[in-house]
Every structure is written in C-alpha cells, then in structure tokens.
Design a protein around this ligand. Sequence first.
Ligand SMILES: *Cc1c(COP(=O)(O)O)cnc(C)c1O
Length: 351
Amino acid sequence: MKITLTTQPKQKPDFSKLGFGKYFTDHMLVMDYENGAWKEPEIVPYAPFAIAPATNILHYAQGIFEGAKAYKTKEGKITVFRIDDNFTRMNKSATRLCMPNFDAKVVKDALFELIKMEKDWIPTEPGTALYIRPTLIANEEVLGVHASKKYRFFIILSPVGSYYAHGLQPTKILVEEQLVRASIGGTGEAKCMGNYAASLMGGEIANSKGFDQALWLDSSEHKYVEEVGSMNMFFVIGDEVVTPALVGSILDGITRRSCIQVLKKYGYKISERRISMDEIVDAYDKGLLKESFGSGTAAVISPVGTISYKGKDMVINGGKMGEITSFLYDKITGIQSERYEDEFGWVTEIK
Ligand SMILES: *Cc1c(COP(=O)(O)O)cnc(C)c1O
C-alpha cells in the first residue's frame, strides 16, 4: 500500500477535554473507484481534497458512512470493536444507494495499518476512544440524476471523549409527532447522509424546547417508536426489555445487536417488536415503565431520564440511570476496554 507521510504532524489535543469529533489524526485512508473498479487504498496526510462544484455528491447526496471505535487497553494493546459488522453494513448501505460494494478485507487491512500509524492518537481515559469514520461518496463531475460512475471511499480518525457534553447523564427526549426521519421503503435502514439532513429539524425543535434529542415515530401512523437521532431505543416495561423491531425504516445498530446478545445471555426477557407511544404512556401511568436508554457507537449506552409526549413529561426512574441500563453500559464498555473477558468474540487486536 502506498503511504505518504505528513511533513507537519499536528499537536495532539488535551485528551481529557476531547469532546466528540473535533480533532482529526495526521493521516487518512483514501480509495477511489473509477472505470468499474476499485483502485488500491492509499494512506495520505489528513487534508482537504478538492471537489468540483458540479460533483454529484454535493447535489444528490449519494453518500454513506459508518462509525466504529478503536481502543488502547491498559496493557497497550490496540483493539477494534465489531469492525467486520460495520463493513458488512456499509456494503448493504452502498447497495441501497446504488454504490459499488468494496472488498471488506482490503479495507480492513488498510484501516489497521492506518490505526497502527496513528496509535499515539488513541486516548486511554475511561469513556474515550479513537472514533473511526469510513465514508463513501459519489465523486463524478456531472449534473444528472443517476448513479455515479466514480466514487471516493475514505476513512478519517478522531480521538473522542463523551458524545454528550454532560457525559452519562440521563437525556431528555421529545417525541416528534409531525416530522418523520424515514419511512418503510425509503433509506432509513441505510446509514446514508440524507437521513441525517432530514432529521436535523426535529433535533433543532427538540433543542429549542430544552430537550436533548427528538424521538422519531413511524411515518404512516405516527404511533410506533422508531429511534432517536443516532441511537436505537430500548424500554424496560415490567420485566420485559423491548426494542423496536427492524421494520425497514430503523437502522440496524451494532450496539443494539450487542445489547440484545448480552441481555439474552444473561437471562433477561428481551423482545424485538413494535411498540407504540400509547403502550409506553400506559406502562408509565401504571408504574411499569422502569427504564429507557438509547444505544449507538458514539455514546454506547445513553440513559433516558425524561420522555415528553403530547405535552406530558414522563420522568423515568426518577430521572436517574436504571439497573439494566448500568449493567449494559458496564458490560459493553468493559468488553471494549478489556476490563471483562470478550465472551462474545467482539474484539479484534490490531498487531
Ligand atoms: C449509526 C446509527 C445508529 C447506531 O448504530 P450503531 O451501529 O450502534 O452505532 C442508530 N441510528 C441511526 C440512525 C444511525 O445512523
């Protein structure tokens, strides 16, 4: 693989004040697609690249991405969490957006080289990681609504701390009753850029009313829970843990899968099914809504303290993180940091 080293290594940020997605390492991976084939991946200095104003990604949003994390353990081992799942999902997203699939093995090997080069950028404090952002964009200079003939795949790396400014504090979410994020048959299942553009307004409205995030409902009846910004949702109702079933408009989160696997193994009753806001309100009124949390790579597990629906604030577990939520957070982050044994085979060491 061709590697071009930077001549101007950057000053590393203060690893105790990282925030999320603000700093980028010295190098990135780039791989172009042209004339029906992928070229070899290359490692180059992290820098802007030129895109003509007519490039189709800028007009028609034929673009997808992924989010994964690498860690440095206490013994100095470098690891990644479930990275194969990310590349499998990315190829599925690519298919949905009429983009060419790539060889996941080639990309993974190149990514591991890049991470090894950037190992001094991996923070080690609890809750921190090196965030991995693989991205694939249409890259043809043409105005015409059809699948692009040229693509650019790239991976950038960012040392990150907590996703939310207030760390593991329970979040307040507002159920969005009018706008929709995605619909069945649309692109909700693909991790594509356009989904995020469509979700911004709901997020802004929630923020303006003092909430952290919007919770999306299904697009046809506005009744069933789908997900939150960039997280899948879970509810603990009585002794059942419920997460919305993957009906086509919900992203198949890897953290969601991890939660389901852990809960199954540890004997919890976990259901993937449709769940309506009426059922949640009813459970709340009967005192059966014990916990709620979101799951996603960035925050891992994010407890939900308040859900507001039709003008009524439901405060869950006294606005504090619940037992099952803490158990999952501890278990999954424990496996990621090698505090616990990798009992599910999720962790790969980069040697
Ligand atoms: C990425 C993402 C998630 C979380 O998926 P993970 O694989 O767990 O990070 C959830 N919802 C949406 C819309 C997403 O884009």
